[in-house]
Design a protein around this ligand. Structure first.
Ligand SMILES: C[S@@+](CC[C@H](N)C(=O)[O-])C[C@H]1O[C@@H](n2cnc3c(N)ncnc32)[C@H](O)[C@@H]1O
Length: 450
């Protein structure tokens, strides 16, 4: 049944939020705050509904014409119909709302602690990485594109305008090359990653395949002829969510990708995590260093001499290396083997000494003893049960918590507040323009600190 609604705000996901005449919340894909819309319900539950737009009766002032017209853009750039200022304000509001409701701070205290979201200079063409799903479609054609939000279907795509210009046409080029390379065979390719650095000019193509026979030379030759890369690798793994990496084979070139952050060099293996927005990652590092009492000056990070800092969920050293360069004694804990190897190499290459522990952060933390400060940057699930209690037992004066998920972050904020810490402030940083995703750097201090 149709209804006219006015959009009130953006939700925590791709959709906008309004209320039906009955008072029930309705999530509308493609809505913008201020829009007056004729909608049709697509799903109705006890406490909320979902709807699609039938007609935009009165467009909101913040509505802009989408830049990216392909159907795959819906999953990758779901907020592209909003002017950038509205995207940033909505991200700030969502962090405030999470702190207010999930952490129980109330609106006033939450609003006072959350700073305005730091915007990205580049709002398109900012990603150093494109991650593509690969599959044969019902007609037996090899497709390369983006996974639809929440499902495994691959929506074919020719371009990716949120990625650097140098790689934005990679989906089309690689689809053609891989169709030619495979012919009538299925080589088990289920994912393709492309990384590029505008600072080092390094470009890597990673083919994720099942661990079966693979004509390496043949595929490498065809890819080289159609796409300029400094490294082509094959990652052997099983498809699915918990991907267990069985090995990485170099098909051509260097076998790694290289990026620079604040002048430090990072070599990154294909299976390893690395921040996808290089310029904004530098803002994260600056926020963490300043939050812990250091500074990032013209000569680089300084001011953390003789400070013992643990960097949990360290990846390849995005925070560990600048912290060590600022004078801190750093203990890094990371569970993924490829990132641990990257970090060892990156620490050597940048001339810093870091104690590196390969293992689970929750298990290793109680063994670290007393700390002066701590950095945590966990995956979207946030901190495992017991981690906040272990952090409190290590007595760091300050904690920098970097999060990519305001919901789990707010849950963990409440745990910090119950364990002797108070949130000093939260700084959202936009690493993902045109999407609802937001990073938050938050700084905690001991409640009884002088
Ligand atoms: C969001 S990434 C952050 C990495 C790094 N701080 C950065 O900014 O590049 C999270 C990292 O935590 C690692 N990780 C996931 N679960 C972990 C665990 N239980 N213990 C330690 N590290 C873990 C992942 O492999 C990944 O490198």
């Amino acid at each position: 049944m149709g209804e006219i609604v006015t959009i009130e705000r953006m939700g925590f996901g791709p959709e906008a939020v309004a209320h039906l005449a009955s008072g029930k919340a309705v999530f509308v894909e493609g809505g913008a705050p201020g829009d007056v819309l004729a909608i049709e319900l697509t799903e109705e539950k006890h406490s909320f509904a979902r709807a699609r737009i039938v007609e935009v009766k009165e467009p909101a002032a913040c509505r802009v014409a989408p830049t990216w017209a392909e159907p795959s853009s819906q999953g990758v750039a779901p907020w592209q119909h909003l002017v950038y200022e509205t995207q940033l304000a909505s991200k700030t509001d969502n962090v405030v709302a999470a702190l207010s409701r999930t952490a129980g701070f109330g609106d006033e205290r939450a609003a006072a602690l959350v700073r305005p979201c730091l915007g990205s200079k580049r709002q398109w063409g900012y990603r150093n990485k494109i991650e593509l799903g690969a599959a044969f479609d019902a007609a037996g054609m090899f497709q390369l594109g983006f996974h639809d939000e929440g499902c495994q279907d691959v929506v074919a795509s020719a371009t990716c305008p949120v990625a650097y210009k140098q790689i934005e046409r990679a989906p089309k080029a690689l689809r053609g090359a891989l169709r030619f390379a495979q012919g009538a065979d299925d080589l088990g390719i289920f994912r393709v990653g492309v990384r590029h650095s505008v600072r080092t000019h390094s470009t890597e193509v990673a083919l994720w395949t099942t661990p079966a026979a693979f004509p390496r030379g043949h595929v490498a030759n065809i890819l080289k002829g159609s796409f300029k890369a400094t490294s082509i690798v094959r990652v052997l793994a099983d498809p699915g969510r918990a991907r267990k990496i069985k090995g990485v084979e170099v098909l051509d070139g260097k076998g790694f990708w290289e990026e620079k952050l604040l002048g430090f060099t990072f070599r990154v293996a294909a299976p390893s995590f690395f921040q996808v927005n290089t310029a904004q990652a530098e803002k994260l590092i600056g926020e963490v260093i300043r939050g812990l009492g250091g500074e990032v000056g013209d000569e680089g990070p300084v001011g953390l001499d003789e400070t013992l800092i643990a960097d949990l969920y360290s990846g390849g050293g995005t925070f560990s290396i600048p912290l060590a360069a600022a004078g801190a004694d750093v203990i890094a804990v990371e569970s993924a083997g490829s990132s641990v190897r990257d970090l060892r190499r990156n620490a050597d290459a940048n001339g810093v000494d870091i104690e590196i522990i390969g293992g689970d952060a929750a298990r290793e933390l109680p063994e670290l003893g007393e700390l002066d400060a701590l950095v945590v940057d966990p995956p979207r699930a946030g901190l495992a049960d017991g981690v906040v209690e272990s952090i409190a037992a290590a007595c760091p004066e300050r904690v920098a918590y970097v999060s990519c998920n305001p919901a789990t972050w707010a849950r963990d904020v409440a745990r910090f507040e119950e364990n002797g810490y108070k949130l000093l402030y939260a700084q959202p940083v936009d690493l993902f323009p045109q999407t609802y995703h937001v990073e938050v750097v938050s700084i905690f201090v001991q409640k009884n600190a002088k």
